[in-house]
Write a protein that binds this ligand. Sequence first.
Ligand SMILES: [Zn+2]
Ligand SMILES: [Zn+2]
Length: 346
Amino acid sequence: MSTVSAYAATSATEPLTKTTIERREPGRRDVAIDIKFAGICHSDIHTVKAEWGQPNYPIVPGHEIAGVVSAVGSEVTKYSVGDHVGVGCMVNSCGQCSSCTAGLEQYCKRGATFTYNSTDKDGTPTQGGYSQAIVVNENFVVRIPDSLPLDKAAPLLCAGITLFSPLRHWKAGEGTRLAIIGLGGLGHMGVKLGAAMGAEVSVLSQSLKKMEDGLRLGASNYYATSDPATFKKLRGSFDLILNTVSANLQLGDYLNLLDVDGTMVELGIPEHPMPVPAFALALARRSLSGSNIGGIAETQEMLDFCAARDVTPEIELIEPDYINEAYERVLASDVRYRFVIDISKL
Ligand SMILES: [Zn+2]
Ligand SMILES: [Zn+2]
């Protein structure tokens, strides 16, 4: 066991505080990682504030982890000391069900082991990336190509793959008329990745406040959803809509923006159910679906794609003692577009 510094939440209402946690010695198939950077994902906040159920406190959040391999177990073949690596939202899964064998570990039938607030195979609670080190089975570690700076690579491990996976699954590319709802941490990656894949990207945002950013990041069009004329004008205009917003929307208004056979995909997870108007689906054979992160092999493919195409998130680098303020700013949508914690300052 080794003791490492970390930032943990001890209740839904208290600020995160500095503490120490134990990390296991690397087993035969484990990789020990010195964490250099950890992104702040909105899920971290939902979880520590108990908005997605009662978590197991104390909890160290963080599932956008970038670091350097410090040790490997005796049977590890994929990684060596000094390699740049990442860990995303999962640290294990059953490895045997039809999802796992298809590279869809995120949909493991027995439930994947998530990077924090999950129970590890040894029965201990998993603790995430707001910490100096982590030990993970090599099959759940991905390689960060040398051309990607580690700080900017971190948010790719959740925000990046959350958008990359549906773009690939629904075959976004040349000729795809793609709309991204919301220009936040997830949405801005959707714009960049969609544009890099060759799609024509439109942003559907509440206001035109971030329009200049949206166009600079790769969007061709930018529309305000607060303006009812937007929904009239854009009726039937898109093949694929990715919804990154976790607030309830009038789904019918958005479904009607899809052309025949178009698909709308839910990525943000609102707390309450939304009514689905069947007319909007039936009258143009539209689909409504959802998607959750991506598999491990696909996460590697995403990192390689981002390195080759020079796609990186816009980040604001912070020191660990700023985490609580950063949370407030995420909740106020006051970040462009992802906070990344410099773990070397921990
Ligand atoms: Zn996340
Ligand atoms: Zn499985």
